[in-house]
Design a protein around this ligand. Structure first.
Ligand SMILES: [Zn+2]
Length: 457
């Protein structure tokens, strides 16, 4: 099948623009759903022909895989998460070329790009290219894998019911994941720090080191076709400068610089690691320039705020995308979120401490809850305030009060839990940021089913 890029209808654009104008990722539930449904077009399954000899498979799993056809073979860029989805994509590619696979290129080491390589390899032994630091992405915080796994399930909504599922911001929901990593083949050729220019199967190809979402990332440039394969440093959403599943600091400044380098190439097509390719020199180059500028702007605003003495809570509410960028379709916060990026930059540059001596040794949560209850006029009054916040659909405040009530010896824990569940679902309905939405819903379900221990509540 061959799909062309669809444009979002002007009416919907108007809705999107109106919705994001307030700078938050929460809007009316109907609009949030409409926006996420529109974003669905970005990963509708099909093969997109991006040049005479370059094809991208979108929507066969969460990420994209591409095939470059050469004289005596083909080159595969990224291999999806497991061999099942990779085999489906490869079968679709085979309508365009049945030449043997000469090389596989990994743009970076995230599991959704490297787990299906075996499906592309028959009897051949293709060269497999990756950067020198390949695999460094997830290694640093391995010690906390048990919690990362739990949070990963929530961020991607892996256990949500079909009626709760929308998508993952830059990927469809309900991807086939049970063969995760089963087709991974390790790299055999190391791309040096200085990059590499070479010819594979008669195709001129350039590897550029481009740290961003991961330190081990590179982007691929085909100078003849002017096709840029960006990996996960570019996709149609504000970038995930921080992932709520829990990640070490992603070097935001390098990310912006890597995308700026891509823009300098003035590609005729940019093929993202996820979502539809952007075709046409003007559109592709403008998208990359805007993307780089957006990241840089969030970084610069945060740094300026830090140096003015502001803390992360304040900055997370103050930093916004510049007016000329905030409505660009590839910068809407479906996946990454500006406030989360701000907090990540703060912590990445200065660690957890916000510089305010009040926060050097804050009260223990239980003691604080008792004092808040006293302030409210007792536990009963605090509980009333919690319920009243929920009734007014002041969901965030209801959550914060529920978290106090849960610590109180005389608090109605059952009620607080119920309020938290309802408030989480209320917030979820308003979210067009998919990770937030999925996390709220997943957490609500876990609380409701009783599978979360007291610590988590
Ligand atoms: Zn990815």
């Amino acid at each position: 099948m061959h799909v062309t890029l669809k444009t979002i209808c002007p009416l919907l654009i108007a809705v999107l623009v109106a919705a994001v104008a307030n700078g938050q990722t929460q809007v009316e539930p109907k609009i949030a759903l409409k926006m996420l449904n529109a974003q669905q077009q970005q990963f509708e399954q099909g093969i997109v022909k991006v040049a005479d000899n370059v094809f991208t498979a979108v929507g066969f799993h969460g990420a994209n895989t591409s095939m470059i056809v050469g004289t005596d073979g083909v080159i595969i860029v990224d291999t999806l998460m497991g061999p099942t989805s990779a085999a489906n994509a490869f079968e679709a590619f085979r309508k365009y070329s049945d030449k043997p696979v000469k090389a596989i290129l990994y743009t970076h080491s995230h599991g959704d790009h490297i787990g299906g390589a075996s499906a592309f390899v028959g009897g051949e032994r293709p060269d497999i290219y990756a950067t020198e630091s390949f695999g460094s992405a997830e290694g640093v915080n391995k010690a906390v894998d048990p919690v990362k796994m739990k949070r990963n399930v929530r961020q991607f909504g892996r256990k949500l019911s079909p009626s709760e599922s929308t998508n993952r911001g830059v990927a469809p929901a309900n991807t086939y994941d049970s063969d995760r990593g089963k087709g991974h083949l390790p790299p055999t050729v190391t791309v040096p720090r200085s990059g590499l220019k070479t010819t594979i199967a008669g195709v001129e190809i350039e590897f550029h080191i481009g740290p961003g979402e991961t330190d081990d990332a590179m982007f691929i440039w085909l100078p003849k076709q002017k096709v840029l394969l960006a990996g996960d440093n570019f996709y149609s959403s504000f970038p995930n400068l921080y992932a709520i599943r829990g990640t070490a600091y992603r070097d935001v400044l390098s990310w912006s610089e890597s995308v700026a380098k891509m823009a300098e190439l003035e590609p005729h097509v940019v093929v993202p690691g996820h979502t539809m390719p952007i075709q046409g020199q003007e559109a592709a180059t403008a998208a990359l320039k805007d993307y780089s500028e957006a990241i840089r702007s969030v970084y610069d605003q945060t740094v300026r705020g830090i140096n003015a003495g502001k803390g992360p809570d304040q900055l997370a509410h103050e930093v916004k995308l510049p007016d000329h960028l905030k409505d660009k379709p590839y910068l809407i916060e479906f996946y990454g979120s500006v406030p989360h990026a701000v907090r990540a930059i703060y912590a990445g540059l200065l660690g957890w401490y916000d510089g305010n001596p009040t926060t050097l040794n804050p009260l223990a949560p239980k003691l604080k809850a008792q004092k808040i209850a006293d302030l409210a006029g007792g536990t009963e009054k605090l509980t009333e305030q919690m319920e009243s916040a929920l009734a007014k659909q002041d969901f965030q405040w209801a959550l914060e009060l529920a978290d106090h009530v849960k610590w109180l010896d005389d608090g109605d824990l059952k009620l607080a839990r119920k309020v938290k569940i309802t408030a989480l679902r209320g917030l979820a309905a308003r979210e067009y940021n998919a990770p937030n939405r999925n996390y709220y819903l997943s957490y609500a379900n876990e609380l409701e089913s009783g599978q979360l221990s007291e610590i988590w509540f």
